[in-house]
Design a protein. Structure first.
Length: 289
């Protein structure tokens, strides 16, 4: 597969447009006031580990449901997959067994969207960060830049995709709530505007300070996220990343990028070359059987 001059210049043009759409690799044009984003609170004191959210997510996104032997077990750590956008894990803690839910955190200022030269990864004013297949170059830089290690790549596919939770963006546009929230029988998730969700989380902590740790995970981590958590134990016990910067991660890269101006011209060509090389290798593997 070859790249003609028109396609090459088109790629550079798209990359340039992406860079101008981000101010100093900080706030993107799509960004709005983070308090007006939709957000979800996961109260781990209520979660029963039933996997109802996993099955609902799989159905809403046309993904396969969890296998019969794929369930929360404190002896193993279940990981996200390109076709499994959320997983529930069981963790033994000083409080007892606690169930944690993992998915894309939908950062207020996402590193993945800032790192994406083609805007395949995009932050919407409603809160969700979505991935668009037709725009993706396959560079996987979203995976490298994400402080939560969320996006997953289909390495085994001849037509690989990036898989991640999109906060049921299509449902939100229709006025519905995310499938996982709607199908939680224990009502372990609370959905609303981010300011409302934080207010509800603080209310719960004040009403029952002996039950909750006084920390809303995601309120400030990585500049703030649209998924927030309450826990009966310190988040370190649950394996959460607790050493994250409070400053949005795109701001941490701008000094380096602007100290090397040539990267703006070289990076798109490099990524396109990597994409074509990867696709060529995959095609040869298929042909050689």
């Amino acid at each position: 597969m070859s790249i003609d001059r028109r396609e090459f210049l088109k790629t550079l043009g798209v990359a340039g447009g992406t860079l101008t759409g981000v101010s100093a690799f900080g706030k993107s044009k799509q960004e709005s006031n983070s308090e007006e984003f939709y957000a979800i609170l996961h109260d781990m004191t209520l979660c029963e580990g039933c996997q109802g959210c996993e099955y609902a997510c799989a159905e809403a996104n046309n993904n396969p449901p969890p296998a019969d032997d794929d369930y929360p077990d404190s002896a193993i750590r279940r990981e996200l997959k390109p076709d499994q956008f959320t997983v529930v894990n069981a963790v033994e803690t000083s409080y007892g067994e606690v169930y944690t839910k993992q998915q894309c955190m939908h950062c207020a200022q996402p590193a993945c969207a800032s790192a994406c030269l083609t805007q395949a990864m995009k932050k919407h004013e409603e809160g969700p960060i979505t991935w668009e297949e037709g725009k993706c170059m396959g560079c996987r830089y979203c995976m490298v830049s994400c402080p939560f290690d969320i996006p997953k790549f289909e390495f085994s596919s001849n037509n690989p995709k990036i898989g991640k939770c999109q906060m049921c963006f299509e449902r939100l546009k229709e006025g519905d709530i995310p499938a996982c929230v709607e199908n939680c029988p224990a009502e372990g998730m609370f959905f609303g505007k981010r300011s409302e969700v934080i207010k509800e989380a603080r209310r719960r902590i004040l009403d029952d300070p002996d039950l909750y740790v006084d920390h809303i995970y995601g309120e400030y981590e990585a500049g703030g996220t649209s998924w927030l958590y309450l826990s009966p134990v310190p988040f370190e016990e649950l394996g959460f990343k607790t050493g994250l910067e409070e400053k949005p991660y795109p701001e941490l890269t701008k000094g380096f990028l602007y100290s090397v101006p040539s990267i703006f011209m070289l990076w798109p060509a490099l990524l396109m070359g990597l994409r074509e090389a990867t696709h060529k290798d995959e095609e040869e593997e298929v042909e050689n059987g």
